[in-house]
Design a binder for this molecule. Sequence first.
Ligand SMILES: Nc1ncnc2c1ncn2[C@@H]1O[C@H](COP(=O)(O)OP(=O)(O)OP(=O)(O)O)[C@@H](O)[C@H]1O
Length: 250
Amino acid sequence: MSAGLQVRGLQKSFGGIIVADDINVDLAPGARVALIGPNGAGKTTFSSLITGKLTPNAGEITLDGQDIRPLGEADRVKAGIAKTFQITTLFRDLTVRDNLRLAAQERDGRARAWFKRADSWAEVEREIDAQLAAFRLEALGDKRVSDLAYGQQRLVEMAMTLMLKPRVLILDEPAAGVPSSDSHLITDAIERLPDDLAVLIIEHDMKLVFRVARSIIVLVNGRILTQGAPNEIAADERVRDLYLGARHHD
Ligand SMILES: Nc1ncnc2c1ncn2[C@@H]1O[C@H](COP(=O)(O)OP(=O)(O)OP(=O)(O)O)[C@@H](O)[C@H]1O
């Protein structure tokens, strides 16, 4: 049995169109894998198959050797697979600290949260302090989310997701919409994620990808074109054509 997430022969089609075609991926503890590819390549579909939002037509998905296909989305989160909260799910009128507390309640189950003992509330506050520190958000804990810069809001999303104590984290375009002057905030936060967390990063910003990924998967038309270390991917003619092709043919 191998530790972490294993995907074997994953297949998904919508109508007659195959959007995930025999995909094999390993995300061991500590992995930093980026999934790149042109628009419509199937990156979001792949992440939805992992989170349980979509059901595959064929293939296996295991976490620490356990088949997770029968689990729904909420149970996969409980099992340790989390995708970042989206900015649209942040409570903008609440403080950063309140948002992290809500994520902890989500994790612990709302019903049980009402009956929590005082010491377990204190424990949650300590966890919130730890996440605020990990994301360098200590000074912003009592600020309303709506008063934060966009890049900082994206850090709050990540901190909230970490409150779920995931073992596998899917970062869905973590730098999208963040002004380039602030993108280092996102890159730095990804570099400081816990060492034993398995991280899959779906991202169009190649600067970020090449800085944080140790392995890059290139997806084209639902198939893995190639996977390798960043220097191998950067040197791959097929990948260069994919990203520079349009310019070649200008
Ligand atoms: N619910 C759906 N029904 C039918 N087709 C779908 C559905 N969701 C996605 N598709 C199609 O599947 C293909 C892959 O889409 P997907 O969103 O996974 O690509 P992507 O790589 O994430 O693209 P982007 O980089 O633009 O986000 C596209 O051709 C898309 O139109």
